[in-house]
Design a protein around this ligand. Structure first.
Ligand code: ZN
Length: 149
C-alpha cells in the first residue's frame, strides 16, 4: 500500500471518506481487472465501504471482468491463473440497480469468494446448498457494511 493513497477521489460521489481510489483498486488488483470505467468506479466504491482488511483481501484474491470491457472478446489462458484468484463477472444489467444495490452485489460476490463457496454454474449443488450459500454471502456483505458504517 502506497503512503498517502487514501485521498478521496473526486470521481466518487459518496459522502464518506473513500479509502480506495479507482487507481489504487486497479493497482491492487495487479492489472487483472478487465471492466468498463463505470465498473472500475463501482469496485472502488464498494471496497471503500468495507473494512480495510477485507478490501485488501479482495484485492489480492479476486479479479473482476465485465462484458463492457473495451474488447469484443478476451481469453484467460492457464498462465493468467497463476495467482489462482477468484473471478467475478459484472453483467451490464447490474447498472439497472441503484447505487447501493450495485455496491451490495459487488460485496456479495466478494463474500462468496471469501467464504470459498462453489459456483452452481460449475459444480452440482442442491437448491438447499445454493440457497445456504446465498444467505451466507448476504450476511457477510451486510456484516462488512455494518462494521464500516
Ligand atoms: Zn450469490
Amino acid at each position: 500500500m502506497k503512503e498517502g493513497s487514501d485521498v478521496p477521489s473526486k470521481n466518487v460521489k459518496i459522502e464518506q471518506k473513500v479509502k480506495y481510489s479507482v487507481e489504487e483498486a486497479d493497482c491492487l488488483f495487479g492489472g487483472m481487472n478487465s471492466v468498463s470505467d463505470e465498473f472500475r468506479l463501482l469496485i472502488a466504491e464498494a471496497l471503500s465501504r468495507i473494512p480495510r482488511k477485507e478490501a485488501d483481501w479482495a484485492a489480492e484474491n479476486v479479479a473482476f471482468f465485465s462484458s463492457s470491457f473495451r474488447e469484443y472478446a478476451f481469453t484467460l489462458n492457464p498462465r493468467d491463473w497463476k495467482h489462482k484468484v477468484g473471478l467475478i463477472f459484472l453483467d451490464e444489467s447490474l447498472k439497472e440497480k441503484d447505487e447501493d444495490g450495485q455496491i451490495f452485489m459487488v460485496l456479495h460476490e466478494i463474500a462468496h469468494n471469501r467464504l470459498k463457496h462453489k459456483s452452481p454454474i460449475f459444480c452440482k449443488l442442491s437448491q438447499e446448498d445454493t440457497d445456504k450459500q446465498e444467505k451466507e454471502a448476504d450476511a457477510l456483505a451486510q456484516k462488512w457494511l455494518r462494521k464500516n458504517a
